[in-house]
Design a protein around this ligand. Structure first.
Ligand SMILES: [Zn+2]
Length: 86
């Protein structure tokens, strides 16, 4: 069934979704990719939480100068992102 193989859409896994999540938030992905990510997020709570946290973080960092962020809040972001540098 070659026809179906060509058009078969492979679903993204969690790692792939997280790898592209910052591009997704920036709108820096194709419509097709966006749809695949949204499809995954509808079914995956942890990735939805990850993207929401990242989105909130990105928006906050954009709207507020870094120095004005309370240290405790930054720590919370670091904790929720798995101890990555913010
Ligand atoms: Zn996932």
């Amino acid at each position: 069934m070659r026809f179906f193989n060509i058009f078969k859409r492979r679903e993204l896994d969690c790692q792939e979704v997280r790898d592209v999540s910052s591009d997704f938030i920036d709108g820096d992905v194709s419509d097709k990719q966006k749809a695949r990510i949204a499809f995954h997020l509808e079914r995956c709570g942890p990735c939805t939480a990850f993207v929401n946290t990242l989105k909130a973080t990105v928006e906050l960092l954009r709207s507020a100068p870094d120095a004005e962020l309370p240290a405790r809040f930054k720590q919370r972001i670091r904790d929720s992102l798995g101890d990555q540098r913010v």
